[in-house]
Design a protein. Structure first.
Length: 178
Protein backbone atom coordinates (compact mmCIF):
# COMPACT_ATOMS: atom_id res chain seq x y z
CA UNK A 1 0.00 0.00 0.00
CA UNK A 2 2.85 2.38 0.87
CA UNK A 3 4.61 1.64 -2.42
CA UNK A 4 1.37 2.23 -4.34
CA UNK A 5 0.76 5.54 -2.55
CA UNK A 6 4.34 6.68 -3.14
CA UNK A 7 3.84 6.05 -6.85
CA UNK A 8 0.28 7.35 -7.12
CA UNK A 9 0.19 10.57 -5.08
CA UNK A 10 2.75 12.45 -7.23
CA UNK A 11 0.57 11.77 -10.26
CA UNK A 12 -2.17 13.98 -8.79
CA UNK A 13 0.00 17.10 -8.99
CA UNK A 14 1.34 16.01 -12.37
CA UNK A 15 -2.10 15.50 -13.93
CA UNK A 16 -3.31 18.81 -12.47
CA UNK A 17 -0.36 20.74 -13.91
CA UNK A 18 -0.67 19.03 -17.31
CA UNK A 19 -4.39 19.69 -17.44
CA UNK A 20 -4.02 23.35 -16.55
CA UNK A 21 -1.10 23.81 -18.95
CA UNK A 22 -3.28 22.70 -21.86
CA UNK A 23 -6.27 24.89 -21.00
CA UNK A 24 -6.59 28.28 -22.66
CA UNK A 25 -8.44 29.97 -19.79
CA UNK A 26 -7.56 28.19 -16.55
CA UNK A 27 -9.48 30.68 -14.42
CA UNK A 28 -12.65 29.82 -16.28
CA UNK A 29 -12.02 26.10 -16.80
CA UNK A 30 -10.58 24.99 -13.43
CA UNK A 31 -13.82 25.20 -11.40
CA UNK A 32 -15.60 22.93 -13.88
CA UNK A 33 -12.68 20.48 -13.91
CA UNK A 34 -12.67 20.51 -10.10
CA UNK A 35 -16.42 19.84 -9.95
CA UNK A 36 -16.07 16.81 -12.24
CA UNK A 37 -13.24 15.49 -10.05
CA UNK A 38 -15.52 15.70 -7.04
CA UNK A 39 -18.37 14.05 -8.96
CA UNK A 40 -15.97 11.19 -9.73
CA UNK A 41 -15.18 10.89 -6.02
CA UNK A 42 -18.91 10.72 -5.27
CA UNK A 43 -19.43 8.09 -7.98
CA UNK A 44 -16.78 5.77 -6.57
CA UNK A 45 -18.12 6.24 -3.03
CA UNK A 46 -21.55 5.15 -4.17
CA UNK A 47 -20.05 2.38 -6.34
CA UNK A 48 -18.29 0.71 -3.42
CA UNK A 49 -20.93 1.57 -0.82
CA UNK A 50 -24.08 0.18 -2.42
CA UNK A 51 -22.90 -3.40 -3.03
CA UNK A 52 -21.21 -3.35 0.41
CA UNK A 53 -17.71 -4.04 -0.92
CA UNK A 54 -16.04 -1.13 0.88
CA UNK A 55 -14.68 -3.38 3.63
CA UNK A 56 -13.33 -6.02 1.25
CA UNK A 57 -10.38 -6.31 -1.11
CA UNK A 58 -12.67 -5.38 -4.01
CA UNK A 59 -11.90 -1.69 -3.40
CA UNK A 60 -8.20 -2.39 -4.04
CA UNK A 61 -9.04 -4.29 -7.22
CA UNK A 62 -11.15 -1.35 -8.42
CA UNK A 63 -8.28 1.01 -7.60
CA UNK A 64 -5.82 -1.20 -9.48
CA UNK A 65 -8.12 -1.34 -12.50
CA UNK A 66 -8.62 2.43 -12.45
CA UNK A 67 -4.83 2.91 -12.22
CA UNK A 68 -4.28 0.72 -15.28
CA UNK A 69 -6.94 2.65 -17.23
CA UNK A 70 -5.41 5.97 -16.12
CA UNK A 71 -1.92 4.86 -17.13
CA UNK A 72 -3.15 3.79 -20.59
CA UNK A 73 -5.04 7.05 -20.99
CA UNK A 74 -1.89 8.96 -19.98
CA UNK A 75 -0.08 7.46 -22.97
CA UNK A 76 -2.49 9.33 -25.26
CA UNK A 77 -1.76 12.78 -23.77
CA UNK A 78 -0.05 15.40 -25.94
CA UNK A 79 3.70 15.89 -25.67
CA UNK A 80 4.30 18.48 -22.96
CA UNK A 81 7.93 19.42 -22.36
CA UNK A 82 8.66 21.01 -18.99
CA UNK A 83 8.60 24.83 -18.96
CA UNK A 84 12.27 24.94 -17.97
CA UNK A 85 13.40 22.81 -20.92
CA UNK A 86 16.85 23.80 -22.09
CA UNK A 87 17.84 25.36 -18.74
CA UNK A 88 20.56 23.91 -16.59
CA UNK A 89 19.56 21.32 -14.01
CA UNK A 90 20.62 22.21 -10.49
CA UNK A 91 20.01 20.49 -7.18
CA UNK A 92 18.26 23.65 -6.01
CA UNK A 93 15.79 23.46 -8.91
CA UNK A 94 15.26 19.69 -8.59
CA UNK A 95 14.40 20.03 -4.89
CA UNK A 96 12.16 23.03 -5.56
CA UNK A 97 14.08 25.30 -3.20
CA UNK A 98 13.48 28.31 -5.45
CA UNK A 99 9.80 28.14 -4.48
CA UNK A 100 10.68 28.76 -0.83
CA UNK A 101 11.13 32.48 -1.55
CA UNK A 102 7.34 32.65 -1.79
CA UNK A 103 7.24 32.24 2.00
CA UNK A 104 8.62 35.79 2.28
CA UNK A 105 5.15 37.00 1.32
CA UNK A 106 3.02 36.92 4.49
CA UNK A 107 -0.17 36.15 2.55
CA UNK A 108 1.40 33.05 0.98
CA UNK A 109 2.96 31.90 4.26
CA UNK A 110 -0.39 32.18 6.04
CA UNK A 111 -2.12 30.35 3.17
CA UNK A 112 0.45 27.52 3.22
CA UNK A 113 0.31 27.08 7.00
CA UNK A 114 -3.51 27.21 7.03
CA UNK A 115 -3.68 24.65 4.20
CA UNK A 116 -1.37 22.27 6.03
CA UNK A 117 -3.31 22.66 9.28
CA UNK A 118 -6.61 22.09 7.46
CA UNK A 119 -5.24 18.85 5.99
CA UNK A 120 -4.54 17.30 9.40
CA UNK A 121 -8.18 16.54 10.26
CA UNK A 122 -8.85 15.58 6.63
CA UNK A 123 -6.22 12.85 6.87
CA UNK A 124 -7.95 11.31 9.86
CA UNK A 125 -11.36 11.72 8.23
CA UNK A 126 -10.39 9.96 5.01
CA UNK A 127 -8.33 7.29 6.77
CA UNK A 128 -10.65 6.24 9.56
CA UNK A 129 -14.23 7.48 9.10
CA UNK A 130 -15.32 4.65 6.79
CA UNK A 131 -13.89 2.01 9.15
CA UNK A 132 -15.53 3.76 12.10
CA UNK A 133 -18.94 3.94 10.42
CA UNK A 134 -18.71 0.31 9.36
CA UNK A 135 -17.84 -0.72 12.93
CA UNK A 136 -21.09 0.99 13.95
CA UNK A 137 -22.85 -1.06 11.22
CA UNK A 138 -23.92 2.03 9.29
CA UNK A 139 -25.29 0.77 5.95
CA UNK A 140 -23.63 2.17 2.81
CA UNK A 141 -21.07 4.14 4.85
CA UNK A 142 -19.00 5.09 1.80
CA UNK A 143 -22.11 6.29 0.00
CA UNK A 144 -23.12 8.40 3.01
CA UNK A 145 -19.60 9.84 3.22
CA UNK A 146 -20.00 10.91 -0.42
CA UNK A 147 -22.68 13.35 0.78
CA UNK A 148 -19.81 15.48 2.09
CA UNK A 149 -18.47 15.76 -1.45
CA UNK A 150 -21.97 16.55 -2.70
CA UNK A 151 -22.06 19.55 -0.37
CA UNK A 152 -18.64 20.53 -1.78
CA UNK A 153 -20.09 20.56 -5.31
CA UNK A 154 -23.02 22.66 -4.14
CA UNK A 155 -20.59 25.19 -2.65
CA UNK A 156 -18.17 25.16 -5.62
CA UNK A 157 -20.78 26.06 -8.20
CA UNK A 158 -21.53 29.55 -6.77
CA UNK A 159 -17.84 30.15 -5.92
CA UNK A 160 -17.07 32.32 -9.00
CA UNK A 161 -19.93 34.65 -8.01
CA UNK A 162 -18.87 34.68 -4.36
CA UNK A 163 -15.25 35.48 -5.28
CA UNK A 164 -16.44 38.66 -7.00
CA UNK A 165 -17.74 39.95 -3.66
CA UNK A 166 -15.57 38.27 -1.01
CA UNK A 167 -11.78 37.86 -0.88
CA UNK A 168 -10.08 34.47 -0.96
CA UNK A 169 -8.68 35.22 2.49
CA UNK A 170 -12.17 35.69 3.90
CA UNK A 171 -13.36 32.45 2.30
CA UNK A 172 -10.41 30.55 3.77
CA UNK A 173 -11.04 32.01 7.22
CA UNK A 174 -14.72 31.05 7.01
CA UNK A 175 -13.77 27.55 5.90
CA UNK A 176 -11.30 27.10 8.74
CA UNK A 177 -13.85 28.37 11.25
CA UNK A 178 -16.47 25.99 9.89
Amino acid sequence: MSAYCLCYFPTIALTNSLTLRHRTDTGRDFPLIRVFGTLGWIAIGVTIGRPKVETSAVTFLLAAGASVVMSLLSLTLPHTPPPSRGQSVTLRRVLGLDALVMFKRPSFAIFAVASILACIPLTFYFSFTDAYLNSLHVPNAAGKMALGQASEVVMMLPMPFILRRVSVRSILIMGLLA
